[in-house]
Structures are given as structure tokens and as C-alpha cells.
Design a protein. Structure first.
Length: 432
RNA sequence: GGAGAGGUGGGUGAGUGGCUGAAACCAGUUCCCUGCUAAGGAACCGUACGUUAAUUCGUACCGAGGGUUCGAAUCCCUCCCUCUCCGCCA
């Protein structure tokens, strides 16, 4: 949610900034509603004031034993007028809320212009893509060369397409990756490990911005139209982690709050059919180790650099080639003000593919969640800034390891940092 | 799942129809006093929106949403959540 003051006082320039990221703000409608709101709110409050004053006088009269009948008569139609005004005002407010809830965040000045992923700008690279002495396979074929690995056929029997069953060393490596990531973030990067629910309510989804606009991307336990009790599977641990501070005022001394969690993520991915249908890249269920920071406003951009660095540290420790991109305005997510994507090199695809996305949401989510902190000496609590990033997507990291660590004989070397997590295993042998 | 008890400001916790935006205590802020420390005293101290020269005034908010009433934290209904006991269960 944007600061309502921006929409009242700087409507035109705000609309212009939104247009840069491809969002058309209906300025005229909003301005009209806003003007009407102001008038209506003032007149409603006036009516309420009148009612309060008169009711009070009735109370006093009654207490002193006077006849209250004439006073009651005087109140007369006030109630009806007030009800009508209240009804109109609440409809109006609901209309304004609906519009405001659907407005994306404003991009930071440093974010490059552009329409889609083709306009993202490369910031840096780690390693150069390795040369293979043989034709590198993609992860599906690499796995197929092992004794037992990724099993899409069984998953589709159990559930459907875009799910996977993992066996044996691959399942163990998947687990090892998550463990390694968690350990690194908690022991070296200062994050507190958190275990969170995988089902969340609508308030949480509204808080981080998945609702009301992106409900179709989620799995719901009940029809989404049903009011109130419907729970949804988390599309990312960002939702439960960030909402921990929803509706609360955090002590300044507690900031920055740095939290990490390993969870499965569930996405119905409505818009992506036909893309990445092969392999693990785009699944309805995947694991991710998420990083979330709750910080003071003045620290959020430094925190974005730091958090992105924490995700990079994982790739570096795994010795996987990657590049760091800054997303252009058109490719950023709904609530983001600035986003870095980390793209890992996949020899099987001869391409860099997204493996982490790190964003500074500024106060966009905090305003939706009413997540605030009280600065020492300040009279009013202030909205916190929230950040999140993948550190990393576990399934895609597994893909990257399988493809980058494949060997000529069909076996897969185990990255050094994972070996302690895999009982000292150094190589996943090829199928004999 | 069954029975009961509750949800009030940053925290604890009074308040059963009008003088309660809400006692008291704790925390916090400012000041006073005592040579440090400790203790003591006084004042201030919720959020949002509108309004104002102004912390001026107004409105709303006592889990959420409805209802009754001239008037609701207080009465009624629905929902959510917490606690205790029982049942079931990894």
C-alpha cells in the first residue's frame, strides 16, 4: 500500500511514477472519490458530533430528574440522516480501499527503466561458465543416469504434473542443501531460525501483498470467495515470516529483525503453463530457504545489499557460477521498490536462470500490515521497512548442482560444503 | 470433538447503559531532590483520520462484524482467538 498522502497530495506525479512500471492509475476516478470522501467524512462527523452532544444532554437531564421527552423529540430524524451518511461513506471508503490495495509499490530511483526481463541490467558475475569436455546434460538427464533420482512419473501418478518424487542420494542432497543454507544463515549471517505454518489466513496474504490481486496464484483450502475462514498454502515463507510483525509495534532495540525459515512453497502458477514444463525448474511445490529482514527505514537499502550478499554467499560456497541482476521497473514484483535477482548458470540449458530474488519492500508491506516500531524519543510509532529474499530456492539449487557437478562418466560430484551433510559422500555414482 | 472461563491502551488489569478514551499499577518521557550508586517526589504518557497558529477542536477505535438504544467497552446475535478440564491423536 502506498502512503495515502501521496495519492492525495501528489496524485499526478505518483501516477507518472506508476506508469513507468506499467501500471495505469485511474487518476480521475480516484480524485473524484477522494473529493467526495472529504466532504462526506466531514458531514458525517458533524452529524455524529450533534448526536453525541444531544445524547449527553439527555443523560444529564435524566440525571437531574428533568423531563427528557422534548429532548428525545428533538433528536428526531438525526439517526436516519446519520445512518444514510455512514452507509454512503463506508461504500465510498471501500471503493477507495479497493483501488489502493491494488496499486503496486513505487520503484526506487536507482531502478532501471524497462518493460520486462529483457531490460534487466547485469550488475556483476561470479565465475565464468565452465567448459565441459563433453556435452553437458540437463538435470533431468543427469538424474536419469543415476541409480535412482528424480521421479516425475510417480509424482504425476500421486498428484499430477509439476510435482516430483526424489529418491536416495538426490533426496539426501536436497535435504543437505537446505540444511547447509540454514546453518550458514544462522551461524554466519546472523539470522534467527524460525519454524512457521504452511497454511496462512487472508490477513497475512493481504499483508505481504498476495491478496487481493494474486489469489489465483495460490492454492486455497476452500473456495477463495468464501469469507473469513479460508486458509491458503504459502507461496513463500516470506508470508508467515513477514507477518510475524503484523499489527505490532516493535521495540527499536530489536531492529533489525533477521529471520530465516526453510519451508515448502506452493504455487499454482496459473500464468506459466507451457513454460519450463521439463524438470524441476517450475513446480507447484518446491522448497526454499527464505531470508526476511525487518529494519528501520533509513537502513533498508543497505539491508538489501547485505541480504543479497547473504544469498550470494550460498552460491559462492557451492562454487556455482551466477550473475547478479537488478530488475527493471517493468519486471519487479507488486510490492517491491527494488529487486536483485541472482541467476545461476545451468549448463544443460546454456543459460542463466533465476535462483534467488531479493527485494526491498520499504514500507509497502508494513503499511498493509500495520507493522511499526517506536524510535527512541519519537512521539509516534513509524512504519518499519521489510525485505525478503531467497537464500536460496532449494529445488533450483539442486538443479544447478546436478548440472554443474556432472562428470563425464555420468556421476555427480558432491560439492565440498555439502559432504559433511551427506555422511562424507563425495560422488553420487552413475547407474552401473 | 465435549464442557467451562475469557479477549480492554507498550505490558498487567479495573470497569454491567450516560460525568469512561477508559481507574490503578508497571514500562517509557521530562523535571525535582539526594555529592556517585540506590531510593524518593511531580508532571506527561494509545492509534488513525479530519481540522487548527497549536499536543486546538472534532470523529472513530475496548478481538472482528452485525443488532438494540436518544446514547454501548458495558445488553443481544454471529464469527475468530486464548486459557482450563475431558476425549482423541503424531
Amino acid at each position: 500500500m502506498l502512503d495515502p498522502k501521496l495519492l492525495r497530495d501528489d496524485l499526478a506525479s505518483t501516477a507518472q511514477r506508476l506508469a513507468a512500471r506499467g501500471y495505469t492509475l485511474d487518476v480521475d476516478t480516484l480524485a473524484t472519490l477522494e473529493t467526495r470522501r472529504k466532504v462526506l467524512q466531514a458531514s458525517t462527523q458533524e452529524l455524529q458530533n450533534e448526536r453525541n452532544v444531544r445524547s449527553k444532554s439527555i443523560g444529564k437531564a435524566k440525571a437531574s430528574g428533568e423531563d427528557i421527552a422534548p429532548l428525545l423529540a428533538k433528536v428526531g430524524t438525526l439517526g436516519e440522516e446519520l445512518d444514510a451518511a455512514k452507509a454512503e461513506l463506508s461504500t465510498l471508503l471501500a471503493q477507495i480501499d479497493t483501488i489502493c490495495a491494488g496499486i503496486p509499490n513505487l520503484p526506487h530511483e536507482s531502478v532501471p527503466a524497462g518493460e520486462d526481463e529483457n531490460d534487466n541490467v547485469e550488475i556483476s558475475r561470479f565465475m565464468t561458465p565452465p567448459e565441459f569436455a563433453f556435452e553437458p546434460k540437463d538435470h533431468v538427464d543427469v538424474s536419469a543416469g543415476l541409480a535412482n533420482g528424480l521421479d516425475f512419473e510417480t509424482a504425476s501418478k500421486l498428484t499430477g504434473s509439476r510435482f516430483v518424487v526424489m529418491h536416495s542420494h538426490i533426496a539426501a542432497m536436497h535435504r543437505a542443501l537446505a540444511q547447509f543454507m540454514l546453518d550458514t544463515h544462522t551461524r554466519q549471517h546472523g539470522y534467527a531460525e524460525v519454524y512457521v505454518p504452511y497454511l496462512v489466513n487472508h490477513d497475512s496474504l493481504f499483508g505481504t501483498g498476495q491478496l487481493p490481486k494474486f489469489g489465483a496464484d495460490l492454492f486455497h483450502t476452500q473456495p477463495a470467495t468464501e469469507e473469513g475462514q479460508s486458509l491458503s498454502l504459502i507461496p513463500t515463507a516470506e508470508v508467515p515470516l513477514t507477518n510475524i510483525v503484523r499489527d505490532s509495534i516493535v521495540d527499536e532495540a530489536q531492529l533489525p529483525l533477521k529471520m530465516t525459515a526453510h519451508t515448502p512453497c506452493f504455487r499454482s502458477e496459473a500464468g506459466s503453463y507451457g513454460r519450463d514444463t521439463r524438470g524441476l525448474i517450475r513446480q507447484h511445490q518446491f522448497d526454499k530457504v527464505e531470508l526476511v529482514q525487518i529494519v528501520k527505514p533509513e537502513d533498508s537499502f543497505a539491508a538489501l545489499e547485505e541480504l543479497t550478499g547473504h544469498a550470494e554467499a550460498i552460491l559462492q560456497a557451492l562454487v556455482l557460477p551466477y550473475r547478479k541482476m537488478v530488475l527493471c521497473v517493468g519486471d519487479m514484483g507488486f510490492g517491491a521498490c527494488k529487486t536483485y535477482d541472482l541467476e545461476v548458470w545451468l549448463p544443460g540449458q546454456q543459460a542463466y536462470r533465476e535462483i534467488s530474488s531479493c527485494s526491498n519492500m520499504q514500507d509497502f508491506q508494513a503499511r498493509r500490515m500495520q507493522a511499526r516500531y517506536r524510535a527512541k524519543g519519537a512521539k509516534k510509532p513509524d512504519l518499519v521497512h521489510t525485505l525478503n529474499g531467497s537464500g536460496l530456492a532449494v529445488g533450483r539449487t539442486l538443479v544447478a548442482v546436478l548440472e554443474n557437478y556432472q562428470q563425464a562418466d555420468g556421476s555427480v560430484a558432491v560439492p565440498e560444503v555439502l559432504q559433511p551433510y551427506m555422511n562424507g559422500l563425495t560422488v553420487i555414482p552413475a547407474n552401473a
